[in-house]
Write a protein that binds this ligand. Structure first.
Ligand SMILES: [Zn+2]
Ligand SMILES: [Zn+2]
Length: 406
């Protein structure tokens, strides 16, 4: 489940409740919108109950996402939701357990009083541990982490009589063998830690950018552009849409990633169809068509994700696109392009009909991304499902809604 966070409005100071997966903050009092940007990941503190103590914060790495593994001849997956101690100080609990779910956290800011223990465990270390929890049988050829939330959550502590206390429960945790100074306090002045509140005006035309609270890409319907946050400012994203007439149309976003491959002969769509052994007659024009890998630009359950990336990628597309933002029915982009790129080997693995032959090639393959475009495809609302007629795709509406809370 998503953790709750409380943040003051940068404009009027009113408290705003949000979830850890939110990026677009809209103040219910003054209506001002800001886009939250962190250089690496969100840093959050659990509230303490020790007003007169000098607080020391211990870091916990939080990972919530999907781990996929190509092992033996199957693609395994698992939804992982953990917190793991990120420092080597002995005696601290290894996980935060249910605590982050029970309390409202705050972002680390210049007003957060206290000092911070250095984080000695990197994201890669935690991911390696997470990966080991996904058990399969046979040789492991590839592992991917997709659709994840990584953040640092700080547990408040204080020292009294050479004992480390939990500052939430005011209970002793461990007798210190080192001096307090020996805990290796990290300096708080790290500029990278500061959360940036970005104005949501279109950098090109000054219009208000649109999106939902969990959107990672915002759109401008005035000048038909799409934007993602890079290093604290908005950077333009390639955009295309397939306009559709009619009622009950919703537009779901997908990343179309054009790439060349090393370690395997895939330089055109025709190559991909051949390499993965599709039961299709290779059309002449496919030989000159750059290879594009498709990936949902929204979070969705792993089983559906694996089906979609393959189905989208192997289906020939004969529709025309326009560089435009559809006027209504836009589903938010909740998966950034940087994560979609992680899915390319899975697409290949999932599409291959000869897994025994293809899986051993995976470790040697290296993709070079040439272009990525956000493509809005029209789906018709058919009650339980959204259906894309040209590609014969159907996505369960409930699964799509559930995906927003993954
Ligand atoms: Zn406000
Ligand atoms: Zn604009």
């Amino acid at each position: 489940m998503a953790y709750a966070v409380e943040q003051e409005c940068p404009q009027c100071g009113a408290p705003i409740g949000l979830e850890e997966t939110d990026h677009l903050l809209q103040c219910p009092y003054c209506n001002v919108k800001s886009f939250l940007f962190a250089h690496d990941y969100y840093r959050l503190v659990l509230p303490h109950n020790a007003p007169d103590k000098e607080i020391i914060y211990a870091p916990y790495l939080r990972f919530k996402g999907n781990v996929y593994s190509c092992q033996g001849q199957t693609i395994g997956h698992r939804i992982v939701d953990i917190t793991h101690l990120g420092t080597s100080v002995k005696g601290l609990p290894i996980s935060l357990g249910l605590r982050p779910q029970a309390m409202k956290m705050k972002f680390v800011s210049k007003d957060t009083a206290g000092s911070f223990l250095r984080s000695s465990l990197g994201v890669a270390d935690v991911l390696a541990r997470v990966g080991k929890q996904v058990s399969g049988s046979g040789h492991l050829f590839h592992r991917a982490y997709i659709g994840d939330t990584v953040s640092l959550i700080y547990l408040p502590l204080y020292v009294e009589k050479e004992t480390l206390f939990d500052a939430i429960l005011n209970r002793p945790i461990v007798k210190l063998s080192q001096s307090e100074e020996g805990l290796g306090l990290a300096a708080m002045s790290h500029t990278k830690w500061r959360l940036i509140f970005m104005s949501t005006l279109c950098p090109q035309c000054g219009w208000n950018l649109e999106g939902e609270r969990d959107s990672v890409v915002l759109t401008c319907s005035n000048c038909n552009t799409a934007w993602e946050a890079v290093e604290g400012s908005f950077s333009r994203v390639g955009l295309a849409a397939v306009p559709e007439e009619g009622k009950n149309i919703v537009y779901l976003p997908f990343w179309r990633i054009t790439a060349s491959a090393k370690g395997i002969e895939i330089n055109s769509f025709a190559d991909f169809i051949r390499v993965t052994n599709q039961p299709k007659v290779v059309q002449k024009e496919w030989e000159n068509q750059d290879m594009s890998y498709w990936c949902p630009a929204f979070k969705i359950r792993p089983t559906i994700f694996v089906r979609l990336i393959s189905q989208l990628t192997i289906t020939p597309k004969d529709f025309k696109t326009k560089e435009t933002v559809p006027r209504q029915g836009l589903h938010p982009v909740t998966m950034p392009q940087s994560e979609a790129v992680q899915s390319m080997k899975l697409t290949l693995a999932g599409s291959a009909l000869t897994k025994k032959k293809t899986f051993p090639l995976l470790p040697e393959i290296d993709f070079a991304v040439k272009d990525s475009t956000l493509v809005y495809l029209p789906f018709e609302d058919k009650g339980h499902d959204f259906v894309q007629q040209q590609m014969r795709l159907s996505i369960n509406k409930k699964a799509l809604e559930y995906g927003r809370h993954l």
